[in-house]
Design a protein around this ligand. Structure first.
Ligand SMILES: *Cc1c(COP(=O)(O)O)cnc(C)c1O
Length: 234
């Protein structure tokens, strides 16, 4: 067997992940300061899609506790392989309505609820409270997931009334180009909905490796970072 496979892999993974995690944390602190927001007001969600369970374990050793996955099947294998760790799992992928039972069982957070049917199915399947964000298609892009801004108030009232769903806030993936304006409009929607969204409304899930400092400047409370932590996906 190749020598690196026997000896090098866990250490190499650890050595790679640590400096990049530190760099991301430092960049988050700096962006918080730049926006005059308190240190620690932005949560770091490590996006582990396409990463091995060993890579997630190494990142956990460096203090990360929240991990995000896009594909139910790939994620569930990892959730099971890492059941010995205190990880909070977040689902951030497109939701097929026939997968809602699996999602409700294996994830604590679901960031991508974008229609009432999925919300109702998650509520019916949940055996404990689930933390929910509604994905908004802020730029009304035809191909993109997320509820259009026009349909958002109705979906917010629907989710807020469903048992077992704790409605935490909004999630967004802006159109490519200049994301800052999209982040700002998402924040405005978030603020406008606060009076009707219930007691748990505290989360703006926005910002990825390329744009998280802009997202923090516009009020993100949770950033979803893959590449800047783990390197490029192959
Ligand atoms: C993949 C993904 C991310 C992380 O993207 P990076 O550019 O690797 O940081 C964040 N959010 C969602 C919804 C994703 O699918």
């Amino acid at each position: 067997m190749h020598r690196g496979r026997l000896l090098g892999v866990p250490d190499a993974v650890t050595a790679l992940a640590k400096p990049s995690i530190d760099a991301v944390r430092a960049a988050i602190r700096k962006a918080e300061g730049g926006a005059r927001r308190p240190p620690g007001s932005v949560h770091l969600l490590a996006v582990s899609k396409a990463r091995t369970a060993a890579e997630v374990r190494a990142a956990h050793r460096h203090g990360l506790r929240d991990f995000g996955e896009n594909y139910a099947q790939e994620a569930i294998a990892k959730v099971q392989a890492l059941a010995d760790l205190d990880i909070t799992w977040h689902f951030i992928g497109a939701i097929q309505s026939n997968k809602t039972r699996d999602l409700a069982r294996h994830f604590q957070w679901i960031h991508t609820v974008d229609r009432a049917k999925v919300a109702k199915r998650l509520s019916a399947a949940a055996e404990r409270d689930l933390d929910i964000c509604i994905q908004v298609n802020i730029d009304a892009e035809p191909q993109k997931a997320g509820v259009d801004p026009d349909g958002l108030p109705a979906l917010v009232s629907c989710v807020a009334d469903l048992p077992r769903l704790k409605l935490r806030g909004l999630m967004v993936i802006p159109e490519p180009g200049d994301p800052r304006d999209s982040f700002r409009r998402t924040r405005q929607l978030f603020d406008g909905l606060a009076p009707s969204a219930g007691d748990h409304w505290d989360t703006l899930s926005m910002g990825m490796s390329d744009d998280f400092t802009d997202a923090i400047a516009e009020g993100a409370t949770l950033v979803r970072i893959g590449t800047a932590i783990f390197g490029p996906r192959l």
